[in-house]
Design a protein around this ligand. Structure first.
Ligand code: NDP
Ligand code: MG
Length: 382
């Protein structure tokens, strides 16, 4: 039996992890959960799974939740650290959304446990800090992000190999597939949230609509597989069936395929030697029509920023991530138009914040400064 801690259990990834656990009760046990504010969803999970520990980041949520006798309730950052380090936990799933996941990922990287990572932003903002810690403490990071899990499977569990020639990271293209940035000036929040293939949290859904998600994933891949950015190509694949493709130096290309369902990469990441059995939608290969297209030319500038982040390192990833988070938040709040998300990122990115101090404190400082700058850019656009 493996004991699992889900950080960000009330979200979309959290829900998929819970579903895989439910379908494999004899092998997987929900030992602990964390979340922020969603106490009604949190309570539902607690009632159904009776986890031993519940960490609620939001103090009001912690105070207000009706507490059950079978679980211990925690709120402080020290309690979170103790929970993450609890000796009975085998697997930690980091499914918090955004930069808010950095501290938890940082703590988990020190444990020497298995870390299933969905929270790409912690790697984009803090890859140069997190990956060396994970290596030092022998923490095994297994990606849950579908493309990265696909690459991981295609590499047969080996991270980064000299036999790789190229890796294609696929992108659905989101709800605005085929539209130029110019066509997107007046799209609404609802339009942007209407993803054709995946049902996800708000922030990652907007990232998919702008294609910034793919840029974050390029940076994530560079760190997770320890390969230079030039190994990775971003390609649009509207059906979201082929989740990524690894081409080896001998000409073999290996891909991983499934219906678009996050339970598939999650089940892989939670498995040991043998695969876990879950319900899934079978692919009807006789009726599949798989197509691939170039990444849109008018999104080259944003892709180039991501490539610069990969090549330069230092704190550029923190800046890119923070600028994007403020841009997305401002779009969701109706403060900027959809196409202005790019503008906020471009203008914020050119402000000089670079520091080679890669400590957690420095990353937080750069993140805070960048958010201030990005908010100024948002104001200037109004
Ligand atoms: P959601 O917005 O659905 O869920 C986010 C979760 O994080 C919630 O449980 C939320 O708690 C929790 N949370 C937010 N802030 C904090 C905090 N300060 N402390 C503790 N918990 C916190 O996001 P998703 O599940 O969609 O995405 C999670 C991550 O996975 C993101 O990094 C995303 O990019 C990545 N990802 C998601 C995919 C998907 O299919 N959804 C696909 C690939 C990657 P509360 O509900 O209480 O606010
Ligand atoms: Mg993805």
């Amino acid at each position: 039996m493996k004991n699992i801690l889900i950080l960000g259990a009330t979200g979309s990834i959290g829900e998929s992890v819970l579903s895989v656990i439910k379908q494999n009760y004899e092998k997987l046990n929900l030992f602990g959960i964390s979340f922020n504010q969603n106490i009604s969803k949190g309570k539902q999970i607690i009632d159904e799974f009776s986890p031993s520990f519940v960490h609620i980041d939001d103090l009001m949520g912690y105070n207000n939740i009706e507490k059950s006798e079978n679980s211990s309730y925690l709120n402080s950052i020290e309690d979170l650290e103790n929970l993450i380090n609890h000796q009975d936990i085998d697997i930690i799933v980091c499914a918090i959304s955004g930069f808010a996941g950095l501290n938890a990922t940082h703590m988990a990287a020190h444990t020497g446990k298995k870390l299933l990572l969905a929270n790409k932003e912690s790697i984009v903002a803090g890859g140069d800090l997190i990956l060396p810690i994970a290596r030092e403490y022998k923490t095994e990071i297994i990606p849950i992000d579908s493309e990265h899990n696909a690459i991981f499977q295609c590499l047969n569990g080996e991270k980064g190999t000299e036999d790789v020639k190229e890796i294609i990271i696929t992108a659905s293209g989101g709800p605005f597939l085929g539209s130029s940035v110019n066509d997107l000036k007046n799209v609404t929040l609802q339009d942007a949230l209407d993803h054709p293939n995946w049902k996800m949290g708000k922030k990652v859904t907007i990232d998919s609509a702008t294609l910034v998600n793919k840029c974050l994933e390029l940076i994530e891949a560079k760190y997770l597989f320890d390969l230079d950015e030039h190994y990775f190509d971003l390609v649009i694949h509207p059906q979201s069936i082929v989740h990524s493709i690894v081409t080896y130096v001998d000409g073999s290309s290996i891909c991983q395929m499934s219906s678009p369902d996050m339970k598939v990469p999650i089940a892989h990441a939670l498995s040991e030697k043998n695969r876990l059995t879950i319900d899934f939608n079978s692919l009807d290969f006789t009726s599949l029509n798989l197509t691939f297209q170039e990444f849109p030319k008018d999104r080259m500038e944003i892709q180039n920023i991501a490539r610069e982040v990969c090549n330069e390192g230092s704190n550029l990833g923190t800046v890119f991530n923070a600028a994007n988070e403020i841009a997305v938040e401002s779009f969701i709040n109706g403060e900027i138009k959809f196409d202005e998300i790019y503008e906020v990122i471009y203008r914020t990115f050119t402000i000089d914040h670079v520091s080679n101090d890669l400590s957690l404190e420095s990353i937080h400082d750069i993140d805070t400064q960048t958010r201030i700058e990005a908010k100024k850019v948002v104001k200037s656009l109004n």
